[in-house]
Design a protein around this ligand. Sequence first.
Ligand SMILES: NC(=O)c1ccc[n+]([C@@H]2O[C@H](COP(=O)([O-])OP(=O)(O)OC[C@H]3O[C@@H](n4cnc5c(N)ncnc54)[C@H](OP(=O)(O)O)[C@@H]3O)[C@@H](O)[C@H]2O)c1
Length: 253
Amino acid sequence: MSNVVFITGATSGFGRAAARRFAAAGWSLVLTGRRVERLQALQDELAGRVPVHVAALDVRDGSAVTRVVAELPEGFRRVRTLVNNAGLALAPEPAQTVELSDWLTMIDTNVIGLVSVTHALLPTLIETGEGASIVNLGSIAGQWPYPGSHVYGATKAFVKQFSYNLRCDLLGTGVRVTDLAPGIAETEFTLVRTKGDQAASDRLYRGTTPLSAEDVAEQIYYVATLPAHMNVNRMEVMPVRQAWSPFAIDRDA
Ligand SMILES: NC(=O)c1ccc[n+]([C@@H]2O[C@H](COP(=O)([O-])OP(=O)(O)OC[C@H]3O[C@@H](n4cnc5c(N)ncnc54)[C@H](OP(=O)(O)O)[C@@H]3O)[C@@H](O)[C@H]2O)c1
């Protein structure tokens, strides 16, 4: 059985922590993302321990996705686990006030990018067969509505349903599919969502205990390395210090 993991969005947060987690277990790594200097730094950090192939990749660029997969070097071609992690939220303000371009960027990245990478790697995952996995990064936002989630939550609902539907079509191939849906986790996610507002990001995580990137990397590694006959369909994990709010009601003043 090959032990190659292909990670999108390996330059930060869950993706980078997952690279380190799989490396600790001796897996070969294919690490992708747009920030090449960060990919290079991760390669420098991990290549002494395991084989590492890095490739600059914007998942919104369909032909780049095809090329990166087609040009995987010998030793990295038999992918066993795909971690579809690249993604982002933008524009946390109410739907009626945000730019259309932010909605489209989320759809292009979280939906089009995720399906493009999946489509490109399905043949090799099916060839790997028993023990192969696709771990899709969904979110609690794909299940539960909240103000300011609008298109972000909708893209993650897509990830959930796409994951379930893939399971149906992949029945008999041995390839597993998981919608991994974390709650609040401290990464660069909020910095990206607020377009660089470090104070807003610090405020969100202050005084509580969010999930860490390493917590989520552990979950990714767990679902990918369960016995080959087991499929976690969806795994939703919140920090203990997060829960739901009551329904909102609009009242006369
Ligand atoms: N943090 C949370 O609270 C949370 C909760 C639930 C789910 N999630 C989901 O978990 C995933 C990872 O988020 P994170 O928290 O680790 O955030 P993060 O620290 O901002 O990392 C996001 C990663 O996605 C990559 N990325 C973004 N756009 C990309 C594109 N067009 N092409 C390729 N890579 C792209 C980024 O790399 P480059 O910028 O270098 O390309 C980066 O490596 C996302 O799908 C997110 O929606 C996060």
